[in-house]
Design a protein around this ligand. Structure first.
Ligand SMILES: *Cc1c(COP(=O)(O)O)cnc(C)c1O
Length: 435
């Protein structure tokens, strides 16, 4: 498989180059040069295949012969080392729980897969590669955990001071070793801008070999299709109505774009719903056809506080840049913090199920859609464990939040972060000095 830059279709690279570079030199996102079809037998009889085999068959065409089969299988085993259960919340409504990994959010999947690929590609290199990543909260922990102790890889994470939750900060700042957290006096968008500037800085690139682990990296983006397939398999085994609708709480739009890729490959999905918080650039675009980002606003679902979602250009590419084509496959709605808190309380009281603020936005989008389309099977992605957002949960839920054993010890560990001002010069100086 070759990948082309969405800025310049003539610029083509291998899977390895796409993974190692992250972003094309012209700043375009990489996109596969064709969309492979899932085998018909796999689509028709998902229930006959084991989870690892499903994942392997879905991802292998994107990797080609650049990673040997046995290595790729091992990477998939490491990636899917935790369950992806579907929790029935009410009639025809399921939560696809993506938070059973080490850092309690779906980003573990992409981060672990990418760490496996990068570790393989760098296996013979003496020069270490630095993974530079900006996080609004969950990416950093997942990337840090995925790359912890991977030989030849250093990780530098930028996070906005005071804008991530207690547990998120602990996940970023307590691993140490090959992981460094930089606490930036700014917003997520500031962090992202600094990272993007670093990737364009030739002088810095001479000093350190940089790569990105944001969801723009194809090795983080594509494996997210796995759990859409695994959800379809579980629903088929349960005998659910096959008209599947996925509602995806969306920020940078990588997760939903992976689901739409699985559908483009042949997974039968009736419709996708991109549910957002008040950072509603895409819902407004779906209405007006005009893409006009406003400055990002902080919300309770902080991992979705993204004004200008990077992966949206990939979604447009999937529908050949046709707005009517997109409207057929995807709708998009935005919800306020007030609606989010209210539905968290309501679902807890009525269905004894605890949502986190991101899952709550997904649930809201799904319910709104199902008011008009009743005979479907609705799945919303529960993208994080509620404990990650315990600080801001409604009072009535907070007491009942269960802290999973695998993160209990984190709370007692000391935070280790480097505070930096909100300007690129400071980041560069730090990077030059600590290479
Ligand atoms: C990152 C994140 C999202 C948004 O996912 P995108 O792929 O950026 O759209 C949603 N929920 C949680 C919990 C996240 O960490």
């Amino acid at each position: 498989m070759q990948y082309f830059s969405l800025q310049d279709k003539q610029h083509r690279v291998s899977f390895e180059q796409a993974v190692v570079q992250g972003l094309a030199p012209d700043k375009g996102l990489y996109f596969p040069d064709h969309i492979p079809a899932l085998e018909k037998d796999l689509v028709d009889f998902l229930e006959n295949y084991d989870d690892f085999d499903i994942a392997y068959r879905a991802i292998q065409p994107f990797v080609g012969d650049e990673i040997p089969a046995a290595v790729l299988q091992q990477i998939i085993q490491d990636t899917l080392s935790f369950p992806f259960p579907l929790h029935p919340v009410e009639k025809d409504v399921y939560a696809l729980e993506l938070f059973h990994g080490p850092t309690l959010a779906f980003k573990d999947v992409g981060a672990r897969f990418m760490a496996g690929c990068l570790g393989y590609f760098r296996r013979n290199d003496v020069r270490p590669v630095t993974v530079l990543v900006a996080t609004s909260g969950d990416t950093g922990g997942a990337v840090a955990h995925g790359f912890h102790h991977v030989p030849g890889v250093k990780v530098v994470i930028l996070y906005p001071a005071g804008k991530v939750s207690t547990l998120q900060e602990k996940q970023l700042t307590t691993l140490n070793g090959n992981i460094t957290a930089l606490e930036i006096a700014g917003t997520f968008d500031d962090c992202q801008r600094m990272v993007k500037t670093a990737f364009l800085d030739a002088e810095l690139q001479q000093q350190c070999l940089l790569t990105s682990a944001n969801s723009i990296n194809v090795a983080r983006w594509l494996p997210q299709m796995f759990y859409y397939l695994l959800a379809a398999k579980q629903l088929k085994m349960a005998g659910a109505n096959p008209d599947l609708v996925f509602s995806v709480p969306s920020g940078n739009f990588g997760n939903i774009c992976a689901g739409m890729m699985a559908a483009a490959m042949g997974l039968p999905v009736k419709h996708f719903i991109a549910s957002t918080n008040v950072n509603d650039t895409v819902p407004r675009f779906m209405q007006s056809g005009r893409y006009e980002p406003h400055p990002a606003q902080p919300t309770l679902s902080n991992a979705m506080d993204v004004a200008d979602p990077s992966n949206f250009v990939r979604i447009l590419q999937l529908v050949s840049n046709s707005l009517p084509g997109l409207q057929q496959k995807m709708s998009s709605s935005s919800f306020t913090d007030q609606q989010t808190l209210a539905v968290m309380e309501q679902v807890w009281q009525a269905h004894d199920y605890m949502l986190d603020p991101h899952g709550a936005v997904g649930y809201l989008g799904l319910k709104q859609y199902m008011q008009q389309h009743s005979s479907v099977t609705g799945v919303f992605l529960e993208t994080a464990h509620p404990v990650k957002f315990a600080d801001t949960a409604p009072e009535s839920l907070r007491e009942a939040i269960h802290v999973p054993e695998r993160v209990q010890a984190l709370y007692a560990l000391p935070k280790n972060a480097v505070p930096l001002p909100n300007d690129y010069a400071s980041l560069k100086a730090w990077m030059m000095q600590h290479n």
